[in-house]
Design a protein around this ligand. Structure first.
Ligand code: BYC
Length: 329
């Protein structure tokens, strides 16, 4: 169900002998740290790789609104509700910047949305898990948006200009998202024993899926080598995952919560934490469309799109009338 939308045709990293003169010049620009812009010549596989990653990223932002949307009507206070609403609106904005960045590569937004709605395009595995309690809003902000920042800060320096620039604003907003999540966790962790138990339960459920967000282990990551050569990826999946663990463990300690991993321990020699084995069969299962909420998420997205048809029709009719009036004048 979640087969990829575009076949990039990359079986191995392009070496200098495989490259045409144009490709060699392109690679030299990348190696010199020069940004590639929409109108520049680029290898077809670079273009397709970016469409794959940016559109998957855009879909994740849009689908990522759904688990949190579940709690807008049940936020515990007016303040929490308005903060949550603002965060969810930010996610819609991130989706729009990213769809716009993808469109600069010659693909239309309609095509991208059709691929999402038909189940052909991927979006982040994390958004296929349910949000069972209010504490999940805290855990998502803290762990999921926290991970998003770690993954996306390097993307601000990636080789494709429109993607890198979109990421700058996204990262600024993500840091507010992570803080609001941690703030919810702080309130719960300092609250009644029941509230603290709710926070611990949310951490237990979101910890491992958050680690999976960074993608398969480096040994299994088929796209990493070429994406690294093209400076789309500046750090590997495992490097970023390790960074997330090292950053988050002290935060959990401060909250007085326990990371649900008996193998977690400080490694003095490496100066970072060792952690337990990730259940990759769960990750693969979610990618195949069989996570707890995959079907519900897609159904909700498709319905929202269909319900919005009258509005898109209205906008188009208005734009056509305006253009006709301008042409007549
Ligand atoms: N969920 O060769 P790999 C966020 C796919 S969440 C679903 O390592 P790549 C965040 C991958 O697409 C908002 N699918 O791929 C993200 C590939 O399949 P295809 C979304 C996943 O592209 C991460 C296959 O598995 N954010 O902000 O080199 C961490 C093999 O993987 C997932 C973005 O999209 C997944 N979790 O690396 C923290 C960020 N992971 O496409 C927060 C931009 C892997 O060949 N995207 N797959 O059929 C990226 O940075 C990279 O695309 C990834 C994957 C690190 C996610």
């Amino acid at each position: 169900m979640y087969a990829q939308m575009v076949e990039t045709g990359l079986k191995k990293v392009r070496t200098e002998e495989d490259m045409s003169a144009e490709e060699q010049a392109f690679q030299a620009r990348i190696d010199a740290g020069i940004k590639i812009e929409a109108k520049d010549w680029m290898p077809e596989a670079y273009r397709k790789t970016l469409i794959r990653q940016i559109s998957q990223h855009a879909h994740s932002e849009i689908v990522g609104q759904l688990p949190e949307g579940n709690w807008v009507t049940r936020a515990p206070t007016l303040k929490r509700k308005s903060v949550l609403l603002a965060k969810i609106q930010d996610e819609a904005g991130h989706g729009l910047y990213l769809y716009s960045a993808a469109e600069t590569l010659g693909v239309s937004r309609d095509e991208l949305l059709a691929a999402l709605h038909s189940g052909k395009a991927k979006y982040s595995s994390i958004f296929n898990y349910p949000t069972l309690t209010w504490a999940d809003m805290g855990a998502i902000g803290w762990l999921v948006d926290g991970s998003a920042i770690i993954n996306q800060i390097p993307l601000c320096r990636c080789s494709y200009g429109p993607y890198a620039r979109a990421m700058i604003r996204v990262c600024k907003e993500e840091s507010f998202h992570a803080r609001q999540g941690y703030d919810i966790m702080m309130s719960l962790a300092q609250g009644t024993p029941e509230q603290k138990a709710m926070a611990q339960d949310a951490l237990n459920r979101w910890w491992w899926p958050s680690l999976m967000m960074f993608g398969p282990s480096d040994a299994e990551s088929v796209n990493s080598a070429q994406s690294t050569a093209w400076r789309i990826k500046l750090f590997s999946n495992d490097e970023l995952r390790q960074r997330m663990v090292d950053q988050t463990v002290p935060q959990a300690e401060y909250l007085g919560l326990t990371i649900p991993d008996p193998d977690l321990k400080w490694n003095e020699e490496r100066g970072s934490y060792d952690f337990g084995e990730i259940d990759w069969s769960e990750f693969q299962n979610v990618l195949k469309g069989n996570g707890p909420c995959n079907r519900e998420r897609l159904r909700t997205r498709v319905k929202a799109y269909e319900d919005g048809e009258w509005f898109r029709d209205g906008l188009n009719a208005h734009a056509e009338k305006k253009a006709a009036r301008k042409a007549a004048a």
